[in-house]
Design a protein around this ligand. Structure first.
Ligand code: NAD
Length: 470
């Protein structure tokens, strides 16, 4: 009944009022009412989200075009399809995932009931990034809804057309007492973070990730931090170079390289480098024609600041292919950089653009040493047909996730997605998303039958040698 669903509201310091106190009060009060605990209600909200996607397909493509000049096919594959599949997966499994589970019992609990209840955290905050501005906001939001939470969503202000889309559409499709979109950038997020959330899910740079993490400690709020870093791509001479270059360039050039898991740099031998350079040029011509800037299938850099940062990478090393850029429409040609020094910015900072440095190594052991001498990456790519080397790389390095003989595709599988060390903490996608927004509440219900009581007597004082050995 409704009465049984009522939950005690989280304790709030009423002297700590801020610009979002009213929003927080409204959402806390809704959560306390138990409205979002009803699984039918959660499903209705997810179905409404699907409807929002269906009815606004063209508008989603056009806001992404306005923000990033994202080609329509990339908008569909990376934003609409990823999101739709994630919601369908949640809808198909949320009954099962929200049902209490019975873990295997030890001898001591043979006659007891052991259960793990699945409980939503409460009011959660989702902070999105600009590079996939809709999907990176709504995939975690959908999971939070499926798990029964109220949600405050703060999309990135940088992709302003997508931000406006979310601010306008979410209240039209979803329940306004449970879900709230907040606009703004650093200032607004700082103010928002003064509030006590029950969970924070952040996607973006490590620099801001640290700010979010620090703010969360005030209330000991659990967090997921989906960060970035330099994702290496090892290529050896056992692979089909043509196929490998296509798979690498698709991951590198989609969204003009502004993808957290885009292959950041290539590790290969000098001989493989020569083949890669030639194939790289041929594939770029095949995909985008003689003038990449005129191709409708290639995105642009999101802001002038990012454009400037990226073009400075081109001042070191040798440009082996590409290299053209135009500040007027923030265009940067797919570019291969070789002969870099390890201290050059392109080998120090996350690239987050269509520039691909190549680092030459002597062999797989050298590649492993190079990777292990740096921060643990968000993703690692291994292009090899050599089973021994593949196993060696997987066993000897650490990364958020690994994709063998392709790039980026692991994002759309249901394997755990997230970083390790400086590339992030926590994971989502598939069941991991549901679990992220769910507190697993263990419950032991002790048997009270006579036999168990007699056995249990041994724990009570007065203690004795025989009780100790029992
Ligand atoms: P960002 O850190 O600049 O911004 C992310 C969010 O934080 C935005 O909503 C923004 O408004 C907010 N923000 C910005 N400054 C803030 C401040 N001072 N205080 C509080 N909040 C603040 O990140 P970005 O530039 O949008 O994204 C780029 C980075 O994110 C890259 O490193 C990329 O690899 C990473 N990324 C990771 C993933 C992932 O899934 N792991 C996905 C996309 C991007």
């Amino acid at each position: 009944s409704e009465k049984l669903l009522k939950i005690k509201p989280a304790k709030v310091d009423s002297t700590d009022m801020n610009a979002y106190s009213n929003v927080m009060d409204r959402l806390r009060s809704t959560f306390s009412s138990g409205k979002t605990k009803d699984i039918k209600f959660r499903k209705k909200q997810l179905e409404a989200m699907l409807k929002m996607y269906e009815e606004n397909r063209d508008e989603i493509c056009s806001v992404l075009d306005a923000d990033l000049r994202r080609p329509k096919q990339e908008a569909i594959v990376f934003e609409i399809d990823v999101m739709t599949n994630e919601i369908l997966h949640l809808l198909a499994h949320m009954d099962e995932w929200s049902t209490p589970t019975k873990p295997t019992k030890g001898l001591a609990n043979l006659f007891d009931e052991v259960l793990v209840y699945k409980e939503p955290y409460g009011v959660v905050l989702v902070i999105g990034a600009w590079n996939y501005p809709i999907q990176l906001s709504l995939v975690p939001m959908a999971a939070a809804i499926a798990a029964g939470n109220c949600v405050v969503l703060k999309p990135s202000e940088v992709s302003s057309h997508s931000e406006k889309f979310l601010i306008e559409k979410i209240p039209k499709y979803l329940d306004n007492d449970c879900y709230q979109v907040i606009a703004g950038g650093a200032e607004e997020t700082t103010e928002l973070l003064r509030n006590q959330f029950d969970y924070i899910f952040y996607t973006g740079s490590g620099r801001v990730g640290q700010i979010v993490y620090t703010a969360a400690t005030k209330y000991m709020t659990p967090v997921t931090l989906e960060l970035g870093g330099k994702s290496p791509c090892y290529v050896d001479d056992s692979v089909d170079i043509g196929r490998s270059v296509r798979r690498i360039l698709w991951g590198k050039n989609s969204n003009a390289g502004q993808t957290c898991i885009s292959p950041d740099y290539i590790l290969c031998t000098k001989e493989v480098e020569k083949k890669l350079v030639e194939e790289f040029k041929a594939v770029i011509k095949e995909w985008y024609g003689d003038d990449v800037q005129k191709s409708p299938d290639y995105a642009r850099i999101a802001t002038d600041g990012h454009f400037k940062r990226l073009t400075t990478f081109l001042t070191n090393g040798t440009i082996a292919a590409g290299g053209k850029y135009d500040p007027v429409d923030r265009f940067i040609e797919p570019t291969l950089l070789i002969d870099l020094n390890p201290s050059d910015p392109a080998l120090q900072e996350e690239i987050f653009g269509p520039i691909m440095p190549i680092v030459t190594v002597n062999d797989v052991h050298d590649a492993i040493d190079y990777i292990n001498a740096r921060d643990k990456p968000l993703s690692m790519y291994i292009f090899t047909n050599n089973t021994k080397d593949k196993s060696l790389m997987i066993a000897s390095t650490s990364a958020g996730a690994i994709c063998v003989n392709d790039t980026v595709q692991h994002f759309a599988s249901n394997i755990p997605f997230g970083g390790v060390g400086p590339s992030g903490m926590g994971k989502y996608h598939g069941k991991n998303s549901f679990d992220t927004f769910t507190h697993e509440k263990g419950c032991l219900e002790k048997s009270i039958n006579f036999f168990v009581e007699k056995l249990g007597d041994a724990r009570y004082p007065p203690y004795s040698d025989w009780k100790e050995s029992y």
